[in-house]
Design a protein around this ligand. Structure first.
Ligand SMILES: [Zn+2]
Length: 214
């Protein structure tokens, strides 16, 4: 016996159809946006997302949007020793950036801890912030946590720096030879006397180039 459609069945049926159309449209839009923004390459390093370290994302609107033309190295400038709780530090840094500095978010795009773990900071599509006199618009800002005026960077941190910079250089078509550091743009000791030689000697650029080719 064919089932007789009641009025409420018809309404439910119609609602389900509308939901299915909405879902299909949402998937199509997400796919389009994915193509327009970024598709991760198989060689990209693991990046710990904002949600994973307990931060929140911010939508600051189109005024902060920028196109990446440079990759720029920083150091944290304060002690950050192995074993320190990076997610806790990042949550505090995000609060400080917003509440004390009035910035929309953490000033850097990628942050590297002493174990070489890479954390996502400010959305890469949004320009960063600085206490110094250069304009960070167009710069992908990578910071190695620690004070490299006091200590040498370790192997894990250097490897992670190369990996994240290779990912950025590929994605935004930035020539590795143009990678510089904060002190190349502004009056600051950043990224510290023990990290800067990797920029100055061209070693970081060479390693990024090799990583891209690998
Ligand atoms: Zn800096």
């Amino acid at each position: 016996m064919p089932r007789t459609l009641s009025a409420s069945d018809a309404i439910i049926d119609d609602t389900m159809k509308r939901l299915a159309i909405l879902l299909a449209a949402t998937i199509a839009l997400a796919t389009l946006l994915g193509c327009a923004t970024h598709i991760a390459s198989a060689t990209d390093p693991a990046v710990i997302a904002v949600e994973t370290w307990g931060g929140t994302r911010v939508n600051v609107g189109p005024t902060r949007k920028h196109d990446i033309k440079h990759i720029t190295l920083h150091h944290g400038g304060v002690d950050f020793l192995r074993g320190a709780d990076a997610p806790h530090y990042l949550r505090n840094l995000q609060m400080w950036s917003r509440n004390t500095r009035g910035w929309p978010d953490i000033p850097y795009h990628y942050l590297i801890d002493p174990d070489g773990k890479i954390y996502e900071g400010r959305d890469i599509t949004l320009a960063g912030d600085t206490n110094t006199e250069y304009d960070p618009v167009g710069h992908a800002l990578v910071v190695v946590l620690g004070d490299f005026d006091k200590i040498e960077p370790n192997t894990a941190q250097l490897d992670a720096t190369v990996s994240v910079m290779a990912m950025l250089a590929k994605r935004f078509n930035v020539a590795p030879a143009t990678i510089q550091s904060h002190r190349d743009y502004a009056k600051t000791s950043c990224p510290g006397k023990y990290l800067y030689p990797y920029i100055e000697s061209g070693e970081l650029a060479r390693r990024v180039t090799a990583k891209i080719k690998a």
